[in-house]
Design a protein around this ligand. Structure first.
Ligand code: ACO
Length: 320
């Protein structure tokens, strides 16, 4: 059976780190409020030269290097982002250019904070179908450019960054690879989290609007359901899971999911304290960190889950 195996991971964080205390000098908030409600202590904010495409390209370079692969081998680039630098061309094609690629395909996936799970699902299906053998899947976001910096209820929650994985088709029997992905959306809940504006609505502000309480309520229920369905699809008990690599929105949601899986805290990868919520970039950033520091090892069973604007949500079960 052909499976998509994670052959390399990479990450890019903007040079500028902004602590809660630094933010509290500009916004009516405090380190104590942000930390106690969300677990966030700091975030990275992109400078003018740190575009979505630039960060995605740097993360991709590292994923290629870790896999010992060259850009010439890559059949396609899929970028999950809600904050592309331009309406088109797709960020993925800008990444291709950055890597010197003149062949293969490139496109973006828009599913807000669930974008990486959606992109992983598409890539997995393409590899299983034999349409591609080597794919770069990237989550990259500059949410700082979507913020209303006068709105303390949202601007303290988000950060910028990019993470990438290189997937390779493998016809092995060692059980490694993406075991399954599970995608959901409920469009009737779209007004709980959205951006007020786009190219076709120039009169709107174009900043993020969120009903935090309602999102929190949906996240706890829907994420638990999608993790349970991922395990049930393989007849697995939560005790089979080695690592939870969740979307990093709020430490309280992350801890609730860890408890659902009966995982000790040290088996749950947390970056929200240092990165805040980087939307589609948060899972690959967390994955890259835990692979690179040696926590996640080949053969480990990893559950990923995310929920975001749409609402969209989903999970992925991956044997590393
Ligand atoms: N600093 C200080 N006070 C604040 C701040 C702030 N940054 N923000 C809000 N407050 C105040 C409010 O004005 C309110 O004051 P009031 O009671 O006098 O009116 C009080 O704090 C409580 O506000 P709530 O919104 O009720 O705070 P809550 O405890 O619900 O926490 C939060 C808000 C952190 C946003 C929480 O609801 C949450 O995490 N929700 C989930 C959000 C999420 O996960 N979003 C991302 C998922 S999708 C994606 O990733 C895009």
């Amino acid at each position: 059976m052909t499976r998509a195996v994670v052959a390399g991971v990479g990450a890019y964080l903007p040079r500028t780190r902004v602590s809660n205390d630094a933010l509290a000098e500009k916004v009516d908030t405090s380190d104590d409020w942000i930390r106690s409600r969300t677990g966030i202590g700091a975030r990275h904010i992109a400078a003018a030269d740190e575009s979505c495409a630039m960060m995605a390209t740097e993360a991709a370079r590292l994923a290629l290097a870790q896999a010992g692969a060259t850009a010439a081998e890559v059949d396609g680039v899929i970028v999950a982002t809600a904050t592309p630098d331009q309406a088109f061309p797709a960020t993925a094609t800008r990444v291709q250019a950055g890597l010197g690629m003149t062949r293969g395909f490139g496109f973006d996936v828009s599913a807000a904070c669930s974008g990486f799970i959606y992109a992983l699902s598409v890539a997995d299906a393409m590899i299983r179908a034999g349409q591609a053998r080597t794919l770069l899947v990237i989550g990259a976001e500059v949410f700082s450019r979507l913020m209303n910096w006068q709105d303390r209820t949202t601007c303290v929650l988000f950060g910028d960054g990019a993470g990438a994985v290189l997937l390779r088709a493998q016809n092995g029997t060692d059980g490694r690879g993406i075991l399954s992905t599970h995608l959901h959306a409920d469009g009737t809940l779209g007004d709980l989290l959205y951006v007020d504006g786009a190219v076709g609505q120039p009169e709107r502000s174009g900043t993020l609007v969120m009903n935090g309480r309602e999102i929190f309520r949906h996240a706890v229920v829907k994420l638990a359901e999608t993790v349970e369905e991922a395990l049930a699809a393989h007849g697995l008990d939560p005790s089979a899971v080695d690592w939870l690599v969740p979307h990093q929105a709020n430490l309280r949601i992350i801890e609730a999911m860890g408890k659902r899986l009966s995982l000790p805290a040290e088996r749950v990868v947390v970056t929200v304290d240092r990165h805040a919520n980087t939307s589609a970039a948060s899972i690959p950033l967390a994955l890259a960190e835990a692979v690179n520091d040696g926590r996640i090892k080949p053969g480990d069973l990893v559950v990923m889950e995310a929920l975001g604007g749409g609402l969209t949500w989903g999970s992925a079960l991956v044997r590393m």
